[in-house]
Unconditional design. Structure first.
Length: 167
C-alpha cells in the first residue's frame, strides 16, 4: 500500500508540475486503475476520468477503435491499446487541450478462461499516448483473476510515474 501511495503521489506531482491531465481507458481491469487514482485526495485536479470499455463494441463506440484493428489483432494487442490510449485523449479533448491530456489504456485476459496459446491468461497490454509519444507494453501476470487485475493496475501506476516525466 505504501508503494502504491508513493506512485500515486509521484504521478500527481508530475501531472500538476507539467500542467497535464490524465484520462484512462480500461478493459480487463474494469475501472480498478481509476479507482486507485481517485483514492488520492485532490485527484480531480489532474484526473479527467476514465471509461470502462470491456467489450469490442464499447471500444469502437466510445474510443473509435477501428473494427479492422479489433478483427485483425484482437482486443488484447499492441494495436488496440494504442488506439484506445489515443481514443481516450480525444474523448476528453475540447475544454482541455488535446496536447495536455495523457491517455492510458489497459486490455488483457484476466481469466480464468479466455486464454489461447498465443495469448494465455494473464496477458495484458497497456499503452500511453501523449502529444510527444505513444508506447505500448506487454506483460504476463500470474494468479487469480483478481490478482491479475491488481497486478495490472499497479504496473500501470509504475509506467505512468515514469512516462509522465517525459510527457
Amino acid at each position: 500500500m505504501d508503494a502504491e501511495k508513493k506512485l500515486l503521489k509521484t504521478i500527481a506531482s508530475q501531472l500538476k508540475a507539467n500542467n497535464l491531465f490524465l484520462a484512462t481507458a480500461e478493459s480487463c481491469t474494469g475501472g480498478l486503475l481509476g479507482h486507485l487514482i481517485t483514492n488520492l485526495p485532490g485527484s480531480s485536479d489532474y484526473y479527467l476520468g476514465g471509461q470502462i470499455v470491456y467489450s469490442n463494441h464499447a471500444k469502437q463506440l466510445w474510443l473509435d477503435v477501428p473494427i479492422e484493428i479489433l478483427d485483425t489483432f484482437g482486443a488484447v494487442s499492441r494495436e488496440t491499446v494504442l488506439a484506445m490510449a489515443y481514443g481516450i485523449r480525444r474523448a476528453f479533448a475540447g475544454k482541455v487541450d488535446l496536447k495536455k491530456i495523457v491517455g492510458f489504456s489497459i486490455s488483457g485476459i484476466a481469466g480464468p478462461a479466455g486464454g489461447t496459446p498465443a495469448k494465455p491468461v494473464g496477458t495484458v497490454w497497456m499503452a500511453i499516448s501523449t502529444h510527444i509519444h505513444e508506447r505500448a507494453y506487454r506483460f504476463q501476470f500470474d494468479g487469480s483473476r483478481d490478482e491479475i487485475k491488481f497486478q495490472a493496475a499497479l504496473q500501470a501506476l509504475s509506467i505512468l510515474s515514469k512516462e509522465i516525466a517525459e510527457a
